[in-house]
Design a protein around this ligand. Structure first.
Ligand code: 5AD
Ligand code: SF4
Length: 483
């Protein structure tokens, strides 16, 4: 039989493990014998959060979560297809259950493929891996309870692949993985049409969630002890409230920041075109809005940006950077790059490097272009050779690393508030994040710090993280003596 539900830190903190009013602490649904599930997630935070919702649906139906596929009756893979490598991963996982290669492991398990690969490949997954019983795309999750019912009543193969996008995927229960930070979807799908990107196909058109429902969920999260909220959407800042309150994104941010108990609000991912002054002003005005913006640029060449259908030029992007850097509060900026897009010349790449230098990003994710099915770019000629893509990636990553070292060095001696998220084996070592989303590993003599906000002075700086020591408040002797 399986292990306990995978909530390592939350289980230390009463009330934080599963967190809606339908599931107050101590009232987990009845577990039916043998009804166990395992879920592994690939890809972005949207997928992570979808898995939390899928786990909630299963818990509601009386399943119990286990930490190993070996112990599970139901094995789900929530998949990512943003790049080919990510998509391939799931087929190697599925291969582990191939009864042909695996005589000893003819399992009787129900194997399910969820998410973007499911949406992209559809029922062809059944042909490639006939031992799979469920295929459900990210745009069809509202069907999941129904599909489960059909499986439970003995059907061998079920699928949900319609782009069933009338409403967002809301569940009665979300089984949250993180004890302090809660993800909240505010907008699903994507209406941009970047020529390299499979997301509009796999996640369907953009639909924003009612602001009343968003704020209600966050109030409940605050009530059970969450202090950090991360608002999610593929283009989170394109949010438009469908309710008659008609909040725009910056108004929603401020409304979330005002909810009692919420100390930090993050959001991911912003599209440069919809990054307005109002959003930057809101961050500047409200301390609870974290001083970090993730603003993918993809390329520094206007010519490539046009081919990518990104709807902004190099200059327009740099204006957004100036806007963000122009306010009083230092806001950290991170980005994404794609190198080796079809037709990208050495000169285009030089422009990307020059933008990297001008923008001085605090962090960057960079990827080699990977052609995806159902995208406009997949039909473009003039592919860049793989070896050249790799070379460009390495040059870009090296330059960005040097920038990060330099920028982090400037933080030496400064003090930041850190939300403590983890402890290392050594008793005095802790780790957490600053509001700007930097990882800060620090020492403290205290023994109980998880979930707390503490002040940490930076004493060391690497490219990807900082080190420091907790500032222990100085208590004057007289005050300590009570005199
Ligand atoms: N090839 C390479 N990278 C891609 N991304 C999206 N689609 C592709 C693709 N086809 C990258 C973009 C995006 C990030 C999430 O993944 O940089 O911002
Ligand atoms: Fe993909 Fe572009 Fe939409 Fe982002 S904005 S999800 S890159 S299509």
């Amino acid at each position: 039989m399986g292990e306990s539900i995978h909530v390592p830190l939350a289980s230390l903190l009463p009330g934080l493990a599963a967190s809606t009013k339908e599931n107050p602490p101590g009232s987990n649904p009845v577990t039916l014998p043998g009804r166990t599930f395992y879920i592994e997630t690939f890809g972005c935070q949207m997928n992570e959060h979808d898995s939390e919702k899928v786990a909630g649906v299963l818990l509601r139906r009386g399943y119990r979560q286990v930490v190993s596929p070996d112990d599970a009756g139901l094995v789900f893979y929530n998949t990512c297809s943003i790049r080919e490598k990510a998509a391939q991963k799931v087929f190697s996982r599925l291969g582990e259950f191939n009864p042909k290669n695996n005589a000893g492991r003819e399992s009787g398990k129900v194997i399910g493929v969820l998410g973007c690969v499911a949406q992209q490949e559809g029922e062809e997954i059944f042909d490639r891996a006939p031992w799979v019983s469920l295929v459900c795309g990210s745009a069809s999750y509202r069907k999941l309870p129904l599909l489960l019912e059909r499986l439970e009543s003995g059907e061998r193969r079920v699928s949900g692949l319609e782009t069933d996008t009338e409403e967002a995927f809301e569940t009665e229960l979300t089984r949250r993985n993180h004890p302090f930070r809660a993800y909240v979807t505010i907008i699903e799908g994507c209406d941009k049409a970047c020529s390299y990107c499979v997301v509009p196909y796999t996640r369907g058109p953009e639909r924003s969630r009612d602001s009343g429902s968003i704020l209600g969920e966050i109030r409940e999260l605050a009530d059970v002890g969450y202090t950090e909220i991360q608002l999610l959407g593929q283009t989170v800042n394109s949010y438009r409230d469908p309710s008659n309150r008609h909040l725009i994104f910056s108004e929603l941010l401020l409304a979330v920041a005002e909810i009692p108990g919420i100390r930090r609000v993050r959001f991911m991912t912003s599209h440069p075109r919809d990054m307005g002054t109002d959003i930057v002003d809101a961050i500047d005005a409200s301390a609870a809005l974290c001083d970090h913006v993730h603003l993918p640029v993809q390329s520094g060449s206007t010519r490539v940006l046009r081919a990518m259908q990104r709807t902004y030029t190099r200059e327009e992007y740099l204006e957004k950077i100036s806007l963000i850097r122009g306010v009083r509060r230092p806001i950290s900026i991170t980005t994404d790059f794609i190198v080796g897009f079809p037709g990208e010349t050495e000169r285009d790449f030089e422009e990307t490097l020059s933008l990297l230098h001008l923008a001085q990003f605090d962090g960057a994710f960079s990827f080699q272009y990977s052609p995806r099915p159902h995208t406009a770019a997949a039909l473009m000629s003039d592919a860049v050779p793989e070896s050249e893509k790799l070379r460009r990636l390495q040059v870009l990553q090296e330059r960005q690393r040097a920038i990060q070292v330099q920028r982090n060095q400037r933080l030496l001696g400064q003090t930041f508030e850190v939300l403590v998220e983890g402890a290392s084996r050594r008793e005095t070592q802790w780790t957490g994040r600053t509001s700007s989303n930097r990882v800060l590993n620090f020492t403290s003599p205290r023994k109980e710090l998880l979930g707390e906000y503490v002040q940490v002075r930076v004493t060391g700086a690497g490219p990807n993280s900082l080190t420091g020591e907790q500032c222990i408040e100085y208590v004057p002797r007289e005050a300590a003596d009570g005199s």
